[in-house]
Design a protein around this ligand. Sequence first.
Ligand SMILES: [Zn+2]
Length: 269
Amino acid sequence: MLKRLRLATSTKIATIAAIILASVACFTHATAYAAETHGIQIPVLNYHSIGVESGNTYVLPPDEFARQMAYLAAQHYTPLTLGDFVRIIEKKQPSPPKPVLLTFDDGYANNAEVALPILQRYGFPATLFLSTGAVGQPGYLSWPQVQELSAAGWDIAPHGITHPHLPKVSREQQREELAESRQVIEHELGKRVDVFAYPYGEYNADTLKLLSELGYRYAFTIQEGWASSNQSPYKLRRLVVHEEESLEDWIQRLQRAEDKTARLKKVMS
Ligand SMILES: [Zn+2]
């Protein structure tokens, strides 16, 4: 009886040891798999308006924005310029330990009036995807303000002229939106740009063809997830920041690479 018990125990220990060994092997394999399969990954935060407008998910209160930037600084994140982002994604430049790209869409006046001073506290650069047709309209940046952002180290890149739903307009209209918004920015700032962000995150097959024809290198969507060197260069993902989200939930999204579920599944299998 005693002997049988001892045998059962040692079998149990052996089984447990085998399980532990298997999971360690599996985890090591999974980590290597993630690095090879998912390439270089960078979280890209997407902001719009920094102000107070209750009920609008795209208008983030200034104190909330300030808390998020303070968190990035305290946790030693390195916000990138658009140029750094591209060189890192293309493996032409090593990545700092905790890279992040801060992007603003549309071109609200409060980006210069409210967001810029907060970012300057930490010396953080940002990228503005500008709808050129809105410049000078009430509530939107003026060209002198766009110049100010550019002089402060922001990258200014096109987001179309009229903020259209690109798949709903003709191919010729799409061409105009993609080509002219870029020309205006290059003319006003005297810098070359070849990265686009889709208004509403929307595109179709024509949009992708036009981007290529016009010599754009990258385009950002609003599909949830980290941007990765393994994504199509015209389908880079971003993390859209919403007004109603708590700081804790924002931190969770910032820290979670898109492939975590896949990696977890791999570990489990
Ligand atoms: Zn937009």
